[in-house]
Design a protein around this ligand. Structure first.
Ligand code: MYA
Length: 415
């Protein structure tokens, strides 16, 4: 499928030069070296072809049986509609998923969040894959994909967005992760999907771009208490509180929560906005309804409606994801908002996002996070976001981009 326009070609602004991941600095990757991804040794340059690395095979030639697991384990498909299964997944992730470097926070998912993240339009139950211990039926590993369309330059490609890869702490370093990935790949192939997008903190062959999280403190006292951040040498708590104080009321006239009837107008706004990025989500009305229509404590979206008209001029959105705070006597949960898509045509972007900060604060979020992708760099400093330690590498599976992109070339938020 061909879509988009010439403005999606990469220019100086979008390409990072030189290669940010020189081959000499990098470790061996026994698994990833066998996969259709751009290898570190390939380097960069116009001699490499952009696009799929391997061609698809006919679907009936795809391996029909699951990959072998060690004898004590078996595959399971996790039905997220089933409350018990969904709770098992929440518990596995609560105890074993991503921690920060200092092991003070671990991402924690609610059932509602998982259903939103894993059941978008056209999702495949078979892509919600678990591994159980045969004898006890305990869930010990998990990986998921959801179908999406992602435009790369002018090509709209059907992909799997892969996320939530998790192996129980006691089963680490036993090469189970590659089996999980291969099994998901097989099941994607069975649905005639041959490409994937994923992100992670780990440097693997080879990121298409590397971004950074920025954090805007909404509740500085708690963030200092739980050591989310430290006060600088010349900063006192009362100065930090004052610095991060937000107005009580929203500034933008016509700013209101998104409703179902807004879906067509927002889809149009968003598609126009996303067409300028080298790589971006290709969202239709069904996707917008699923990903952006507000769900309490999961996703929030606001529009600006021009007073006295039906016209929607601007749009902002964020999702909510908490972390468990490990080993702190006073606090157990850190509630974070993560910037999703923000489109401004009339309201200045920083004012729009400032209003999002105000509503996020009112909903008891402690911090507002944003990646330095899309046009986010235009509001980060102004709105007192600070750069975090977390890097996030963006990857494509079986699709080569023969240069490294700068983060503002990304019009794609992966959860
Ligand atoms: S990112 C979130 C990842 N999850 C966590 O960080 C949670 C906590 N950690 C764990 O649960 C485990 O440490 C995991 C690894 C499960 C991560 N992405 O089994 P092993 C490679 C890709 O001995 P373990 C997210 O969910 C590693 O480089 N590969 O390791 C996106 C090595 O290969 P190589 C990873 O520590 C996931 C091999 O696995 C990752 O016990 C996207 C070691 O295996 C990682 N995050 O378990 C997945 N971590 O030797 C790819 C380790 O070559 C999707 N490895 O270096 C690809 C597209 C598939 C669909 C295609 C469709 C067409």
């Amino acid at each position: 499928v061909v879509a988009g326009n010439d403005s999606s070609s990469p220019d100086e602004e979008q390409i990072s030069n030189p290669d940010p991941h020189p081959a000499t600095a990098l470790a061996q990757h026994r698994f990833w070296e066998t996969q259709p991804v751009r290898q570190f040794k390939d380097g960069l340059g116009p001699s490499l072809v952009e696009g799929p690395i391997e061609q698809p095979t006919p679907v009936d030639a795809v391996k029909q049986e699951p990959y072998n697991l060690p004898a004590l384990y078996e595959w399971t498909t996790c039905d997220m509609d089933d409350d018990r299964t969904c709770a098992e997944v929440c518990n596995l992730l609560r105890d074993n998923y991503v921690v920060n470097e200092a092991s003070t926070f671990r991402l924690s998912f609610s059932k509602e969040f998982l259903r939103w993240a894993l059941c978008p339009p056209g999702y495949f139950k078979s892509w919600h894959i678990g591994v159980r211990v045969k004898a006890t039926q305990k869930l010990v590993s998990f990986i998921t994909g959801v179908p999406s369309r992602i435009r790369v330059r002018r090509e709209v490609v059907r992909m799997a967005e892969v996320n939530l890869l998790c192996v129980h702490k006691k089963l680490r370093s036993k090469r189970l992760a590659p089996v999980m990935i291969k099994e998901l790949t097989r099941r994607a192939h069975l649905e005639n999907v041959w490409q994937a997008a994923y992100t992670g903190g780990l440097l693997l062959p080879t990121p298409i771009a590397t971004c950074r999280y920025w954090h805007r403190s909404l509740n500085p006292k708690k963030l200092v208490d739980v050591r989310f951040y430290r006060l600088g040498p010349r900063m006192t708590m009362s100065r930090a509180v004052k610095l991060h104080r937000l107005p009580e009321a929203i500034v933008t006239l016509g700013f209101r929560k998104m409703e179902l009837a807004d879906v067509p107008a927002i889809t149009k706004l968003l598609r126009g906005f996303l067409s300028q990025f080298f790589i971006a989500a290709d969202l239709d009305e069904k996707d917008v309804e699923h990903w952006l229509l507000p769900v309490e404590n999961v996703v929030d979206s606001y529009v600006v409606q021009k007073p006295g008209t039906n016209e929607l001029t601007d749009f902002c959105s964020f999702y909510t994801l908490s972390s468990s705070i490990l080993n702190n006597q006073n606090h157990s949960v850190l509630k974070a908002a993560y910037s999703l898509y923000n489109v401004s045509t009339k309201t200045p972007l920083h004012q729009l996002v400032n209003d999002a900060l105000i509503v996020a604060k009112k909903e008891d979020h402690d911090v507002f996070n944003a990646l330095d992708i899309m046009h986010n760099h235009a509001f980060l400093d102004k709105l007192k976001f600070g750069p975090g330690d977390w890097r996030r590498h963006y990857y494509l599976y079986n699709y080569r981009i023969p240069f490294a992109l700068r983060s503002p070339a990304l019009g794609l938020v992966l959860l």
